[in-house]
Design a binder for this molecule. Structure first.
Ligand code: FAD
Length: 407
């Protein structure tokens, strides 16, 4: 005999979208079960960025002191180095106060913090090691979730199911929802390198005619990603590790010595970049949010931001529906409202990401600057850069249509 739980909302997935939603619902006194398939939050690098929008939410939840007690690295500005020319690409100090920076905190620390805050509310139930496998249905709507646990099958009965189980969502096919898949001409090779002996300014990325490499500062090392054309992994491997290290050194000269730390292809992981978006985010009784509704490209580093914003929009729509009695029609209306609110900002950001991918794939734009820049380029930079910096800061920091938690 399996176990059974009953809740008002069952959230599948304990990533940024799922944990934030679980916490927000529990604070509003709504019984919520969050199912997370892993036993802990420790896993591969999936981005560490905590954006100004998320920091505003942390403030609104009264969690700032606890957040600040966890080690993190605030970055008020980010540079890009194009053909050896260092440019201030992002300046978060142009954003409204108080959160005028992005900060880097290991994602598991952020999730631990939010989950422990959730656990202070009696209506928050996080079940780790529970892998959702299917939904249950009845009377024309989704009625709950089936999950696999070490103790056997768990069935969670709920009035609303929210799938926040990431870009490889198992819930999406279980709900019969299919995403539109955009062709992305680029992939990423991820690797870690020790920080260089001589510290360098926080630098988001390095671009030459030969390669683009992002360098994300993390405690004690740099998380790096080389952007390669889709399908070029085999050719990169065939060219050999020496050639790879040479490419890293040529693109990011300060990392010449650190590149020696790459001793095997096991140190370099291939991430297939995907851009997908559901046409329809919900069916009666169930909604998809975060990467489950829209896998984002790593371009602009906004996936976590968008996942958190979806969670806030969902809480804003679902809380009044439950406080008004949780009628099925009200829940479905809330789901419609979430899609209506979040689909356009997501589509706009994905369109911009696809534009960047097109540039990367063709190489157009990478040879834009000479080193040193010509007089014409210097004049253009003086004109364009201050505006571009503001736009970039806003896009990375908040994305389109940022959400605010309703009281
Ligand atoms: C290598 C890499 C680097 C990235 N860098 C950045 C970055 O710098 N900045 C940024 O903003 N974004 C970044 N992203 C994107 C970002 O990680 C995602 O957009 C974001 O985590 C999406 O949040 P989510 O909660 O929707 O999904 P996820 O974070 O994917 O969380 C889904 C959760 O659901 C759980 N789960 C999955 N299936 C089930 C199931 N069947 N049952 C129960 N639980 C399940 C998973 O274990 C996971 O905990 C990066 C992604 C990758 C892969």
């Amino acid at each position: 005999m399996g176990q059974q739980l009953r809740a008002e909302v069952c959230v599948v997935g304990g990533g940024p979208a799922g944990i934030v939603l679980g916490l927000l619902l529990a604070r509003a006194g709504i019984e919520v079960v969050v199912l997370e398939k892993h036993d802990d939050f420790l896993r591969d690098f999936r981005g560490d960025t905590v954006h100004p929008s998320t920091l505003n939410l942390i403030d609104a939840l009264g969690l700032r002191e606890r957040f600040d007690a966890v080690p993190h690295t605030p970055l008020p500005t980010l540079d890009a180095v194009v053909n050896g020319v260092r440019l201030r690409a992002v300046d978060f100090t142009t954003l409204p106060p108080p959160n005028r920076f992005v900060t880097l905190m290991p994602q598991w620390d952020l999730l631990d913090l939010l989950a422990s805050e959730g656990a202070r509310h009696p209506s928050f139930h996080l079940v780790m090691g529970a892998e959702a496998t299917d939904v249950t249905r009845g009377e024309g709507r989704v009625r709950g979730v089936r999950a696999r646990t070490a103790e056997g099958e768990l069935v969670v009965e709920a009035k609303a199911v929210v799938a926040a189980d990431g870009r490889a969502s198992a819930m999406r096919p279980a709900l019969g929802l299919e995403p539109w898949v955009y062709g992305v001409p680029a992939d990423v090779l991820w690797f870690r390198l020790p920080e260089p002996q001589t510290p360098m300014p926080a630098t988001l990325g390095w671009a030459t005619a030969d390669a683009i490499i992002v360098t994300i500062p993390r405690p004690g090392y740099l998380q790096c990603g080389m952007i390669i054309p889709k399908g070029a992994v085999d050719a990169t491997h065939a060219a050999g590790l020496d050639a790879f290290r040479a490419r890293v050194s040529a693109t990011v000269p300060p990392l010449r010595e650190s590149a020696a730390a790459l001793v095997s292809w096991d140190d370099i992981k291939h991430l297939s970049v995907r851009i997908e978006r559901l046409w329809r985010w919900w069916i009666p009784g169930a909604l998809c949010i975060g990467d489950a509704a829209h896998a984002m490209s790593p371009v602009f580093g906004v996936g976590i931001n968008y996942a958190v914003q979806d969670a806030v929009a969902t809480a804003n729509a679902l809380i009044p529906a439950f406080h008004a009695g949780g009628a099925p029609e009200a829940i479905d209306r809330a789901f419609t409202a979430v899609q209506r609110r979040r689909a356009l900002p997501t589509a706009l950001m994905q369109a911009m990401q696809r534009g960047v991918h097109r540039v990367i794939a063709t190489g157009r734009g990478l040879r834009l600057l000479h080193n040193p820049p010509t007089r014409g380029e210097r004049a253009l930079l003086r004109l364009v850069l201050p505006l571009a910096r503001r736009v970039m800061s806003r896009l990375v920091g908040y994305g389109f249509r940022p959400e605010r938690l309703r009281r």
